[in-house]
Design a protein around this ligand. Sequence first.
Ligand code: GUN
Length: 281
Amino acid sequence: MFIMIIDWKKIASERYDEIKSLISGLKDSKIKLVVILVWNNPSSLRYIRQKEKWASYVWIGFELIHLDENVSENELFSIIERENKNSETTWILVQIPLPKHIDEKKVINLINPLKDVDWFTQINQWKVLIWDSTWLLPCTPAWVMDMLKYQKIDLVWKVVTVIWKSNIVWKPLTMLLINSSATVISCNSKTKDLSKFTKMSDIVILAAWKPWLLTLEMINNDTIVIDVWFTVVDWKIYGDANYNEIESNWNMITPVPWGVWLLTVVNLMNNVYKSYLLQNN
Ligand code: GUN
């Protein structure tokens, strides 16, 4: 059996250098990404440190607004409104998930759609739904699609299961897969017998934040597994797929944490560049 672990470090560094040279060609040197983090979730902190590191590598200004997890909704709203108006803030990113007392949808939709580098606001998601490819795409779904393209995986006739429903990965990704003529199965926390669907799939894409949800007996030998995120539990990193168990069995899997997620940050920087062009056209 052909075993392939998709290692993206080299591709990521090439992409960063490409974006760096595009950004260095821009006239405006005062472009800045403002990231708002509302709590000390260790996974979110890791994500943000990567964003900060790579923003500075490609010469994008970066500011972290780190708020206490007890911050009120109103306080957060007023910070977003302030940054919407701030002419020195080119893009705003509110790190998801937010604590339960805060309405995530309301927060996201308060961001000025032109400064919404994640492409999460309703107006921007609608553009994904109607498939206007000239606009940006949310970073993670865009990268999953890029990755399939890099591996020359044609989605026509393929059965793809996407596990878990979230606005930031599942919905836009499902749209992108449908647009590529894949047959898409959408599973969620209420799905009875998840393995029934994963077993019939050519590709399983996980974005569930559930450590080791997918095990070896739930898939076939040739299933392609794309594990999108990771969870930190007791300072250890876990993917949604049991990587230890499957590494020597599955034929293609993205490693965690250096797989999809690493490249999601590349696409974030790419969106920064593309949204600069949209804002300045
Ligand atoms: N949480 C996990 N991934 C992301 C992302 O790409 N953007 C934001 N805002 N939050 C996230």
